[in-house]
Every structure is written in structure tokens, then in C-alpha cells.
Ligand binder design. Structure first.
Ligand code: GDP
Ligand code: K
Ligand code: MG
Length: 299
């Protein structure tokens, strides 16, 4: 048990290969949808803080893009760098893996995690997908051999199974200290950034295959007028053909992206939202370091 009279505060990196459920875990720990998620790898492009303060404990979670092996493009190199940077100077690492599947990319993450000096919690996620819980036991044994000092916690981020245990183990490992953020702050990201991400999530979810990776979103206007929040967002694509796909037949696709994004924004910002979306062709952005920086991919 942690002594509840002592103030604790620290950084908790959530790392793992793409698609193991890192962003889902962050959202469900916070009880609020902040980080975007989808079935597609590389949905998360930036490190993002999710801050949870409960009583005397402030856990500052860092959601990261998954480490992945295809690193020839500037955007991919940027994402690997962000994920690696998150491992430095944190107080606890939560290494998320899938309940069964172990891949080359998990191995890449493990190779970094074995070198960290802080406590490591190994969250074995998606246990809701197991038909027979007994299946997990040999795998857990194998995982423990890879990381002998890590505490293993089977969880389901989606079904909120065992997240309270995980949070308790995190809290026990946080250093004593004053809180670094106001107790009601939940992220370091601006509302504009979160709004852009909500739009990008719908593009990721509603469009197939390669296209979403070539899309970025910029919020051009974010203005509260009375009870209505006006948001104008620009969806940037690389080619004219992609613009047509996003707009869709008679504008149906963009309309459906807009409706879904607006609903998320209304919950997140607790306000009625008027959302305008535009699609614009901007060639070659994902492979141009300078263009990336101009869009905020520079941390
Ligand atoms: P990330 O790339 O590691 O951030 O993964 P996401 O959070 O974006 O999740 C990837 C996919 O896995 C999404 O479709 C999630 O809904 C799904 N997912 C995440 N956690 C769980 C879980 O506990 N159980 C199941 N069945 N699916 C999950
Ligand atoms: K994902
Ligand atoms: Mg993610």
C-alpha cells in the first residue's frame, strides 16, 4: 500500500509496438477520450501527455507512437524518435504487449526497455480476446524470463479489466514530490491540436489501406461564440485523387467524417460545435522534414 498522506508525482511512459492498445489504455485510465485510436498501426504520431490526479497522486502518462521498423520516411523516423525519447527521464515504464502475438517489433521495444533504470510494468493487453485464460500462462512465463524485474499485469484496456490494479502499481512506483500540473489539467496538448486529431481519427477509421498515412489535419479557426464553438479544419492530402476519395460521392464521405468528429468534439469540449472541413492538396508532406516541422512535428 502507498501512504496516502504523501504527495507523489511522476512520468509514466506507455510504450509498445503499434496497435497493442496504448492509446486505448490511456483514454480508459483517464476516463476521457483524448488520444485517437484505430485498427491501423501508426494512428498515434506524437507523444502526448495524459495527466491523472487522484488525491495526492499525480501520474503523468506519456502516450507514444509505437516503435516500428519501416523507417525510410521522415514521418516514420520522427515517430520512432518520439517513442524512444519517451523512455528517457521517466519514473515508470508501462510496456504494453498483445496477449499472445510476439513480433519483431515487440522485440525492438524490449531491446530498449531492458536498459531502462526505472521500474517496468508489463501490461499484457487484450485478455478479453482469450477463449481460454489458461492459454496465457506459458506466454506469461516466457515474458517474465525476458524481463525478470518487471511486474506483469494482464489487462483489457478496452473492457477496463484490471486497470485499477495497473494504476495502483503505477502509483506505488511514483516518486514523492509536489504535483507538476494543476489537479484539473488532463493534457499538455492544446484544444486545437485535440480537434485536429479527432478529425484525423475519423479519416484513419473511415478510409481504407494506405490513404490515411498520407493525410494530416490543421485547425485554422477555433473560436467560441456564445454557446457555439466554431472549428474550421483543413485536411491536407498529397494528391488530387486522394482529395476526391476523402470528399466521396456527392460529398458523403467528408460529411460522415465531419459528423463523427463533431460528436467527439462536443463531448471533449463540452460545447455545441459547428465544424467546417476542407480538403486541400499539399504534395509530398510526409517525406519532407521541413514541411513536417511547419505542421508541428518537431518535438
Ligand atoms: P496503439 O497503436 O497501441 O495506440 O493501439 P490503439 O489504442 O489505437 O488500439 C489498436 C486497436 O486495438 C483498436 O482497434 C482498439 O480498439 C483495439 N484494442 C485496444 N485495446 C484492446 C483490448 O483490450 N481488447 C481488444 N479486443 N481490443 C483492443
Ligand atoms: K492504432
Ligand atoms: Mg496509439
Amino acid at each position: 500500500m502507498t501512504d496516502s498522506s504523501v504527495s507523489r508525482c511522476g512520468y509514466v511512459a506507455i510504450v509498445g509496438r503499434p496497435n497493442v492498445g496504448k492509446s486505448t489504455l490511456l483514454n480508459h485510465i483517464l476516463g476521457q477520450k483524448l488520444a485517437i485510436t484505430s485498427r491501423k498501426p501508426q494512428t498515434t504520431r506524437h507523444n502526448m501527455l495524459g495527466i491523472k490526479t487522484e488525491g495526492n497522486v499525480q501520474a503523468i502518462y506519456v502516450d507514444t507512437p509505437g516503435l516500428h521498423k519501416h523507417s525510410e520516411k521522415a514521418l516514420n523516423r520522427y515517430m520512432n524518435k518520439s517513442a524512444s525519447a519517451a523512455l528517457k527521464d521517466v519514473d515508470v515504464v508501462v510496456f504494453v504487449v498483445d496477449r499472445m502475438r510476439w513480433t519483431e517489433e515487440d522485440q525492438m521495444v524490449l531491446d530498449r526497455v531492458v536498459h531502462v533504470r526505472c521500474p517496468v510494468l508489463l501490461a499484457v493487453n487484450k485478455t478479453d480476446r482469450l477463449d481460454d485464460k489458461g492459454e496465457l500462462i506459458p506466454h506469461l512465463g516466457w515474458l517474465q524470463e525476458q524481463l525478470p524485474n518487471a511486474e506483469i499485469v494482464p489487462i483489457s484496456a478496452l473492457q477496463l479489466h484490471n486497470l485499477d490494479t495497473l494504476e495502483r502499481l503505477v502509483a506505488e512506483r511514483l516518486p514523492e514530490g509536489e504535483h507538476m500540473y494543476p489537479d484539473d489539467q488532463i493534457t499538455d496538448r492544446s484544444s486545437r491540436f485535440l480537434a485536429a486529431e479527432m478529425v484525423r481519427e475519423k479519416v484513419m477509421r473511415q478510409l481504407g489501406a494506405e490513404l490515411p498515412y498520407q493525410v494530416t489535419v490543421e485547425v485554422e479557426e477555433f473560436k467560441q461564440e456564445g454557446r457555439l464553438l466554431h472549428i474550421h479544419a483543413l485536411i491536407l492530402v498529397e494528391r488530387d485523387g486522394q482529395k476526391k476519395i476523402i470528399i466521396g460521392d456527392k460529398g458523403e464521405r467528408i460529411k460522415s467524417i465531419g459528423t463523427a468528429a463533431r460528436k467527439d468534439m462536443e463531448v471533449l469540449f463540452d460545447s455545441k460545435v459547428m465544424l467546417n472541413l476542407w480538403v486541400k492538396v499539399k504534395g509530398g508532406w510526409s517525406d519532407d522534414e521541413r514541411a513536417l516541422r511547419s505542421l508541428g512535428y518537431n518535438d
